[in-house]
Design a protein. Structure first.
Length: 157
């Protein structure tokens, strides 16, 4: 039979930290590559309505967004609580939509211009009058491929 002895006199070796900077820089590089920055700052509050039948867009690079909703709290003192239209980083009127659509077309390559989708991100409490006006302007600008942004409906029991 053998005896097991405990070596009380030995210390545990120190943990090597020589690879730690490499790991930190790998993580930093990973997050820098995978993170996407927001293209526009939100000027209006948009809580999109729920929908049961939704599908994802194939090429998000071909999507132009029109946001409609009440202004953010910092703008409500000057603009009030009525729904406003946001095109890129600025407030706009319904009459500005034609110019916006044309600028979005010019920013795309020739073969992609016919595939541009205009996505309406409309707050769920916005009245349909402003949405109808926007759709009329999009029709005049020949932007006929329209998408309504929505979130998936949660199941209720």
């Amino acid at each position: 039979m053998s005896k097991f002895r405990k070596d009380d006199g030995k210390e545990t070796p120190a943990i090597s930290t020589s690879a730690l900077p490499d790991i930190v820089f790998m993580l930093l590089f990973f997050f820098m590559v995978t993170t996407t920055m927001r293209e526009t700052d939100p000027l209006v509050k948009v809580k999109v309505p729920e929908a049961t039948e939704i599908s994802k867009l194939e090429k998000k690079s071909l999507v132009s967004y029109i946001n409609v909703g009440p202004p953010m709290p910092m703008y409500q003192a000057q603009l009030g609580n009525e729904p406003r239209i946001q095109l890129n980083d600025q407030f706009a009127k319904v009459s500005d939509i034609g110019d916006y659509v044309e600028a979005e077309r010019q920013a795309r390559e020739e073969q992609e211009r016919g595939q541009i989708v205009t996505s309406l991100k409309v707050d769920e409490y916005t009245k349909m009058g402003i949405v109808t006006e926007i759709k009329q302007e999009l029709r005049k600008a020949a932007a006929l491929h329209i998408n309504y942004s929505a979130r998936k409906a949660t199941k209720r029991n």
